[in-house]
Write a protein that binds this ligand. Sequence first.
Ligand SMILES: Nc1nc2c(ncn2[C@@H]2O[C@H](COP(=O)(O)OP(=O)(O)OP(=O)(O)O)[C@@H](O)[C@H]2O)c(=O)[nH]1
Length: 338
Amino acid sequence: MNHADFPGTVAPPSGDDAQARLPSQLDPDTFRVLAGAGVSRAVLPGEELFRRGEAAQSMFLIDTGEVRLGFDDGLADKLLGPGQYFGELAVFLGRHQRFARAVAETPGVLYEVTQDAFQAVLEREPAVAARFMQRSFAYLVAGEHQLIQSLKRRNEDLLQTLDTLRQTRSELTVAQQLVRTDDLTGLANRRGLYRYLDELGRQPLAGLRLALLLVDIDHFKAINDRSGHLAGDSALRAVADEVRRLAGPLELPCRLGGDEFALVLRVADEGALANRALGLLAAVRSLRLPSLRGTRFSVSIGGAFCADPGGWSAWYSQADAALYEAKRLGGDHWRLGA
Ligand SMILES: Nc1nc2c(ncn2[C@@H]2O[C@H](COP(=O)(O)OP(=O)(O)OP(=O)(O)O)[C@@H](O)[C@H]2O)c(=O)[nH]1
């Protein structure tokens, strides 16, 4: 928008703004000369002087009363009073489209000055016309500058809001991850597991079978009692690392709680499942942790194939029964549930 057409129609000038330093009324001399070139017109409240988009042909000086300029593009209305003028681009540029709607707010008297009439002033009183043009152009520059500043500010505000939104979104993602992750090991926790199980149906199995391994550290209480809770934690982390290593891209390693881990796998058959379980038993068996002064420890594993209609609790109890069997054999064993 071009605000020169409506002096002072941008947001109220602030600080040392050039527009703010200009008096909002014309000096009496300029007013008298310009009014003398115009046609006097009495207006009533609500009377429309021009509307937005209309071809402009003249400018207006306000002798008495008030005129409201309304903009549709988010700018506040502007109320102009005696001694002020508006629509002057019409006399500088000739025909152009009005940028605002002008409506009389109160009864009053205006002077309407056409481009021809202004040309006559220019010839008759060049000093007055030049002063008026200078003032109007100063408004133009200051107004546009102010508009650019306020758009810049609005842009910055928008960028800041966007930034905050982005940050909130990433904080939310982090929070969601934290909620689904076990603090000690970084594996998924039960919530993460349930989320994974919810999404399982959407992932094709590509001819593989879904299976569950439940992994439990043997005599873990004794490890805690013998070497301390921190050493127990390091054993949990070491087993978690092995469980994580065993998991493929679409498989879920998780810690269910205490010293119990679960691994949802995709395998071709029973032989493949046995290989994975035996691999994990061997990996844990070969761990030597400084915090346990190099003493060995082991895990037991119960496995189950996840029958389609079963669901988590059915798979779990089948694998848990097999785990119980493996423990009964003295630990460091794996058993597949029937
Ligand atoms: N260090 C440590 N210990 C934990 C944590 N969570 C649970 N525990 C301990 O883990 C132990 C689990 O022991 P149990 O499940 O009873 O059995 P266990 O000693 O492993 O015996 P079996 O499973 O029969 O071989 C308990 O003593 C718990 O206090 C943890 O985050 N860190």
